[in-house]
Design a protein around this ligand. Structure first.
Ligand code: MG
Length: 258
């Protein structure tokens, strides 16, 4: 199903997106060397509750996970890239952490992710991985406007990732979002321009470039959720929810200080 939101629903999406951006910014600022991933989960839980919102993750039980997820935020460290299940682990200096958060407020969902190095960066390639996903996301957003095709966005994202030298996995990518977190259309992180669904005002998309340094293969952790690089290499993932507007695209999940 592809949902087209009314202007009133897009207003609600702005509120949900602002909440997601604020929670991610706050949690990111507090996640330092020695922070336990379960503390990060508790902070997210508290902020979601305080806002009167609901987690999209706690009861989430898709075919690709050993559901329900049972936590409020995804915490993926180093070789973990997607769906990182919070567990009893204290962040170490130089860890490359991805936080991914989706929340439902007043019936509309928003989804965003950020990758960053905790403490002192130890590897130049960590910063390069993060930078590539951020640039790819900006390119995808720049391509998003009424009349553009999903393939145009995939192509824009994939061109940046490929030029940076990273293989691109096509199993998991961006997606439509609205009254639920995951909807059609699927937005692969590489693709051919001029193909796929034509964007219209009122469409919400979560665009999420992610990469692994030297592989496009994932392995599932013993926890049944966390997806890691098959080679154990470092990874990064950046995501925003955007609304297609009459004139282009509006980023809904920016942090308050952006
Ligand atoms: Mg997403």
């Amino acid at each position: 199903m592809i949902e087209i939101l009314t202007p009133a629903e897009v207003d609600k999406a702005r509120a949900t997106g602002a909440l997601v951006g604020a929670i991610l910014q706050s949690v990111r600022a507090r996640a330092t060397v020695g922070t336990n991933l379960l503390e990060i989960d508790r902070w997210a839980h508290e902020m979601i509750d305080a806002a009167g919102a609901e987690s999209c993750y706690v009861d989430y039980a898709p075919s690709f996970g050993r559901g329900p997820f049972g936590h409020y935020i995804c915490t993926s460290v180093n070789d973990a890239v997607l769906h990182g299940l919070p567990h009893d682990y204290r962040l170490a200096d130089g860890d490359l952490l991805t936080l991914d958060l989706a929340v439902l407020l007043d019936g509309i969902a928003a989804d965003a992710a950020v990758s960053f190095v905790v403490g002192t960066p130890r590897h130049d390639e960590d910063l390069a991985l993060v930078d590539a996903t951020e640039r790819a996301l900006r390119a995808g957003i720049a391509a998003a406007r009424p009349g553009a095709r999903i393939g145009d966005l995939s192509h824009a994202i994939g061109t940046v990732l490929t030029a940076a030298g990273y293989p691109v996995n096509t199993e998991f990518g961006g997606h439509g979002i609205g009254s639920t977190m995951h909807q059609d259309p699927h937005v692969t992180n590489i693709g051919r321009p001029g193909r796929g669904y034509t964007l219209r005002p009122g469409l919400l998309l979560a665009l999420e470039p992610w990469v692994m340094l030297d592989t496009d293969e994932l392995v599932v952790d013993d926890d049944g959720w966390t997806l890691r690089s098959a080679t154990g290499c470092r990874t990064a993932h950046t995501e925003h929810t955007i609304a297609i507007t009459e004139s282009g695209a509006e980023i809904l999940t920016l942090p308050p200080d952006a």
